[in-house]
Structure formats: C-alpha cells, structure tokens
Design a protein around this ligand. Structure first.
Ligand code: SF4
Length: 369
C-alpha cells in the first residue's frame, strides 16, 4: 500500500519557528494554486495507474485556513484519478481558530476521517511568543467540534522558558480535547527564522535540557495511556498514524503541491517550494520538480535501517531478509556487538532501547559507519 500527501502552502500568519513552505501573504494566489494542484493530480495519474493508496494526508501550511471548497475539490480530484481504498486513513491538519461547523461538514463529506490539530502548547503566553494564531481556549473549541472523531494533537517541547509543568499541561489539555494520538516534536531553530536569532542569543534550552524534557514527556504520556511507536509519536492502542508509519517502513508515496516530496519506484523527488514557480511549471505542462534521485542498492538498505530504527519496534529480521536477501544479524554482527548497550534484540527484531531512542541519530550514524 502507498500514501498520498497534499501540501497546502497558506497560513494566516507565520509562526516564529516555522520554515515550512507556508506563505501568509500569498492567499490571493489560492484560486490559481488549487487549479494547478488539480492539474498536477490529473497529470500524474496515468503513471500511477498500478498503485492503490490507503492513506491520504493534507498538510501545510494550514489546510483549514483556505476556503473548504478547495479541499473538497482536491479530494474529489484524487478520488476521480486514483485508486483509494474504502477504508483509507484520510487526514487533514487543522489550526485552532480556523475551524467551524461548516468546514468540518465539508471535510467529512469529502471523506476525511482523521483530524490533526496543532495545539503546540497549553500555555497562552508561550503560544503568543511563538506567534501562534490561537489560544488554548480556541483549541478546546475546535476539539468540541471534533468530538468523537479520530483526533491527533501536536505539541512542542524544547520551547524557550518551557517547564515540565507546561509540558504536563499540554499533554493534559490534548487528552481533555479528546486526542487518541499525540505528536511531541522538539523545537528546531532553523536558520532564517526569528527563533534562530533567539537560539544564537542562548535563549533556548540546551540539548541536555531538551533530552530531559523528552524523557519527561515520554514517561508522562505512558502514564496517561499513550504508547510510543516512533521517536516523536504516541498513540492509544490502535490509533497510530498509518500514513506516517508508511514513511518509516520505507513505503511509497506521492506528494502534490509546492515542496511536496515523493518516493515512487525507488526514486525520490521533490517539488519547488515557490508558489509562482510551481504554478508556472504546471501551467506549461511541466513537472514542478527541483530535485530527483534514484536510490541505489546500498542506499536502499541504509534508508531502511535508518527509518526502521526510528520506530519503537525497530527492524523485523524477516522483513529485512525479504527485501535485501541477507540475514541482518549476520551482515551486521560486528555493529550489533559494538552497540549492544543501546539495542534491544529479540528473535524477531532489533530496536533501539526505549530510553536511548531520543539519541537514535548518533546510534544510527555509528551503526552505518
Ligand atoms: S501554522 Fe504551521 S505551517 Fe503555518 S506558519 Fe505556523 S508552523 Fe508554519
């Protein structure tokens, strides 16, 4: 099975840490953007004829910020041109303060059955500091509309002046809102964002402090009945994100819209981040790719290990053997021995120990050295 990702590059305003392809001042281009998005969907359909998709994810940007007729139209286009299973997981990202009853009705009519709400923090001071457009009260109002739905909530850790008490309140508020899935990402101060200046000024928590916050979050979420299935993702039993799990299983996916990435037939490719460049390419019947690369033999294996070790369950030996024709334990016997203090090994699989998962990058680098 494979996934579809659709990028909506519009937001009401820019958060101070954000380096995603989202353009608050470009909302006037929405009509043209969506016309091109529909065209791109149609244009790629023939080459993906043999594919069946069991997840669809609308991310951004803020998909819930734009007129819902565009979202409805995009889903309709996907259903017209692609084989999407009846039980597909179909997710839309929502920002509190941009959802209303009418929009939700349209999303549901379009087929969305999973809603991912960006709360980030329960502390209104922190939300203001991040230039988020909403308050914690607005988060709860959005959740009230989404009552009974399959709800995922994003929270952030590693924020300036954030305390463990703040994190606890974020988790509690997400659960009070009805979350069955919580993503807890650590802030990354990306160059070019206002947050980067604060990082240079030493205003952000240190790496050790963030690691402590992460451990606190992980333990607190476990107490509240959320199991981790990937470094930053936690869910109630059975509510893991199928769409994201497909990425970590090195499954195929197609992305539409600006900055969208795809992985099809051992080729990775990415669209331009610029709306004008994207629409100009699509209008001229060209692909809007700015990057494309065939993934060769050894690299495939490296990717599979790197992505697999992000997951709580790690890498299954039989899956590895089926894909690469060799026994993982034999091929990597030396590395397994060297890194054994960091690894859990059973008869079926190998994974990074739960309390070491946060430093998985360092472990993976040593593994692949
Ligand atoms: S809502 Fe999300 S995509 Fe939009 S500016 Fe904030 S972080 Fe970026």
């Amino acid at each position: 099975m494979s996934g579809i990702y659709v990028h909506i590059p519009f937001c009401k305003s820019k958060c101070t840490y954000c380096d995603f392809a989202s353009y608050p001042k470009e909302i006037g281009k929405a009509e043209l953007y969506f016309a091109c998005l529909y065209k791109e969907m149609k244009g790629r359909a023939e080459s993906l004829d043999g594919y069946t998709f069991d997840t669809v994810y609308f991310g951004g940007g803020t998909p819930s910020f734009v007129d819902p007729k565009y979202i409805y139209g995009a889903m309709k286009q996907l259903k017209n041109y692609y084989k999407i299973t009846n039980d597909a997981e179909i997710t839309i990202e929502i920002n509190p303060g941009t959802l209303d009853e009418n929009k939700l009705k349209i999303y549901k009519a379009a087929g969305f059955n999973r809603f991912s709400v960006g709360m980030q923090s329960a502390n209104d001071e922190i939300l203001k500091d991040l230039n988020r457009i909403h308050t914690s009260k607005q988060f709860l109002e959005a959740c009230e509309l989404l009552k009974g739905e399959n709800l995922s909530v994003d929270i952030m850790i590693g924020l300036p002046d954030q305390t463990e008490e703040d994190i606890k309140k974020s988790v509690d508020l997400a659960i009070a809102g009805g979350a069955v899935h919580i993503s807890a990402h650590a802030l990354k101060a990306e160059e070019g964002t206002p947050m980067y200046g604060r990082y240079l000024n030493g205003e952000l928590p240190s790496a050790d402090e963030v690691a402590d916050m992460y451990d606190f979050t992980r333990n607190y979420l476990a107490k509240r009945g959320f199991s981790r299935y990937e470094v930053s993702n936690f869910s109630k039993e059975g509510y893991y994100s199928r769409h994201n799990l497909n990425y970590w299983n090195r499954g195929e996916y197609i992305g539409f819209g600006v900055s969208a990435s795809s992985f099809i037939g051992e080729r990775r490719f990415t669209n331009t981040e610029k709306i004008d460049e994207y629409t100009a390419c699509i209008l001229r019947n060209k692909v809007a790719e700015i990057y494309g690369e065939e993934i060769e033999g050894d690299e495939r294996e490296f990717e599979f290990i790197m992505l697999g070790l992000r997951k709580e369950r790690g890498i299954a030996f039989d899956d590895f053997k089926e894909r690469f024709g060799v026994d993982f334990r034999e091929k990597y016997a030396d590395k397994i021995k060297q890194l054994s203090p960091f690894l859990d090994i059973t008869l079926e699989n190998i994974a990074i120990k739960p309390d070491k998962l946060y430093v998985q990058n360092e472990i993976i680098i040593r593994f692949m050295d």
